[in-house]
Write a protein that binds this ligand. Structure first.
Ligand code: MG
Length: 406
C-alpha cells in the first residue's frame, strides 16, 4: 500500500463517526473522561470498542469459562458458566441499548467485564472470601472486577491492568461500600453523592438480572432441582408457558421450556425498553450530566417488576436454598476458607510469582502501623484465590491438604 493510500484510509476512518446516531444523553466515546494512562486514540474503532476488545483478550475473561454461578463447573456440560452468563448479559444489554439509541459498545464492554472479579464457586465463594477478609475492608466482587481491569491483568508494556475508560470502569463498579468509595477517588464519587451512573451502566445492571433469572430457571429445570409443577405458581412463567403450549400443542420437554423462556426474556426486554422510554420522556435529560442527577431511569414497569420479583423469590427459596446447592456451597466455603488460612499462616506456600508481587501503594497504606504487610498481604491472597477457577481451587486445596497430592 502506498503512503497516499494509507493516508486516504486513515482520514476516512478518523472522520467516520460510529456514534452519530446516539441520543444526546448517551455516553459518547469522544467525550469520555479518559483512561488512567494516556494513550494514542485507536484507529478504526471507538474507545469503548477498544475496551471491549481488551476485555475479550484478557486472561480473566478466559477464566470465566471455568467459574460458576449456581452449579459447580464439573456438574454438567450444559449448565451456564460465568462466561456464557456474561455473553447472555451482553446480548440482552445490547438489544436494549440499541433501541434506546444508547452506546451499544459501552454496554457490551461493561457486560462482558461485570463478573471478571468473581471468585470460584459463585456466591458461596464470594461470601467465604468476604468473611476471611473481614478485618481487611472485606471482599466485594464488583470491586474485585475493578482490581482485575485496573491492576491484575499483565498484558501491556506501559501499565498494569487493561487501562479502560472511566465510563467502563464506572459501569463495572455496580455497588460499593462508602468506606471503599472514599478510597476510589473520582470513581467512588457517585456513591458518596448519591448520583446515578450512565444509562449504559444501568442497562448492564438490569440485563444481568434478566439473564440470571432466566438461565437459573433453565438450569434449575435441567438439573431436576426445580420442577415445572413448582414453577406453575409463578405468574411470569405460567403465562408464557401456556402461550407456548397454545401455539405449539405438540411440543414438550426442553423445546417447550425454551419456547417459554424465550418469551419471558423478550417480554422483559420489551418492557424495559418501553418503561425506560417513558421515564426518559418524563424526565427529558439533555445530557449525561442530567442522567447522573436524575433518579434511576432504566427500569421495568411496576407490573413486570413485581412479576420478576416473584420469580426471583421463587428461585431463592427453591433453587439457591435447595439442600444440594447448600451442600455444594458448604464445600466451596471450606475450600476457600482453607486456602485463605493456609496462605495467611504461611505466605511461603504461595506460588513464587505471588510472593514476589509488591502490593499496590494504596493497599500498603491500609496496613496497621507495626504489622508487616497485614492488610496488603491478605489482599494479595484474596487476589490469588479470587482469580482461581472452580477446578483450580479444588486442585490447589488437594495439593495443600492431601498428603498424596503435590
Ligand atoms: Mg452477573
Amino acid at each position: 500500500m502506498s503512503e497516499t493510500e494509507r493516508e486516504v484510509i486513515a482520514s476516512a476512518l478518523s472522520s467516520l463517526d460510529l456514534e452519530a446516531h446516539l441520543a444526546p444523553y448517551a455516553v459518547h466515546s469522544s467525550h469520555s473522561r479518559g483512561r488512567r494512562f494516556q494513550e494514542t486514540p485507536p484507529a478504526a474503532r471507538t474507545e469503548f470498542q477498544r475496551d471491549r476488545d481488551r476485555i475479550v483478550h484478557s486472561k480473566a475473561f478466559r477464566r470465566l469459562e471455568y467459574k460458576t454461578q449456581v452449579f459447580v463447573n464439573h456438574e454438567g456440560d450444559l449448565f451456564r458458566t460465568r462466561l456464557t452468563h456474561s455473553l447472555e448479559v451482553a446480548q440482552i444489554a445490547r438489544s436494549v441499548a440499541r433501541n434506546l439509541r444508547l452506546n451499544e459498545d459501552l454496554v457490551e464492554a461493561i457486560s462482558l467485564a461485570h463478573d471478571l472479579g468473581h471468585t470460584p464457586f459463585g456466591h458461596a465463594g464470594q461470601d467465604a472470601l468476604n468473611e476471611c477478609m473481614r478485618d481487611h475492608v472485606g471482599f466485594e466482587h464488583n470491586l474485585q472486577s475493578l482490581y482485575v481491569v485496573d491492576q491484575l491483568e499483565e498484558h501491556y508494556g506501559a501499565f498494569d491492568g487493561l487501562n479502560l475508560c472511566f465510563e467502563t470502569r464506572e459501569g463495572i463498579l455496580k455497588h460499593c461500600s462508602p468506606e471503599n468509595a472514599c478510597r476510589l477517588g473520582d470513581l467512588g464519587e457517585r456513591f458518596l453523592k448519591g448520583q446515578q451512573p450512565s444509562l449504559e451502566a444501568q442497562i448492564a445492571n438490569v440485563a444481568d438480572e434478566i439473564a440470571y433469572n432466566n438461565h437459573d430457571v433453565d438450569d434449575g429445570l435441567r438439573s431436576g432441582l426445580i420442577t415445572l409443577e413448582q414453577l406453575s405458581e409463578v405468574s411470569l412463567w405460567y403465562v408464557h408457558f401456556e402461550a407456548a403450549r397454545a401455539e405449539y400443542p405438540d411440543i414438550e420437554g426442553r423445546r417447550l421450556i425454551h419456547e417459554t423462556i424465550r418469551r419471558i426474556i423478550n417480554t422483559l426486554i420489551v418492557d424495559l425498553i418501553e418503561q425506560t422510554s417513558r421515564n426518559l420522556a418524563r424526565v427529558q435529560p439533555r445530557s449525561l450530566d442530567d442522567v447522573r442527577h436524575a433518579p434511576t431511569l432504566v427500569a421495568h414497569s411496576e407490573e413486570i417488576a413485581a412479576q420478576a420479583a416473584t420469580l426471583k423469590r421463587f428461585l431463592f427459596r427453591n433453587l439457591y436454598r435447595h439442600y444440594r446447592v447448600m451442600r455444594m456451597a458448604n464445600k466451596a466455603r471450606r475450600v476457600v476458607t482453607g486456602l485463605f488460612h493456609a496462605f495467611s499462616d504461611d505466605p511461603r506456600l504461595l506460588p513464587p510469582a505471588y510472593q514476589a508481587r509488591q502490593p499496590a501503594a494504596e493497599e500498603a497504606a491500609n496496613d496497621a502501623p507495626g504489622t508487616a504487610r497485614g492488610t496488603s498481604q491478605a489482599r494479595l491472597i484474596a487476589h490469588y484465590i479470587a482469580g482461581m477457577t472452580d477446578r483450580y481451587a479444588l486442585k490447589e486445596y488437594r495439593r495443600l491438604f492431601v498428603i498424596d497430592d503435590n
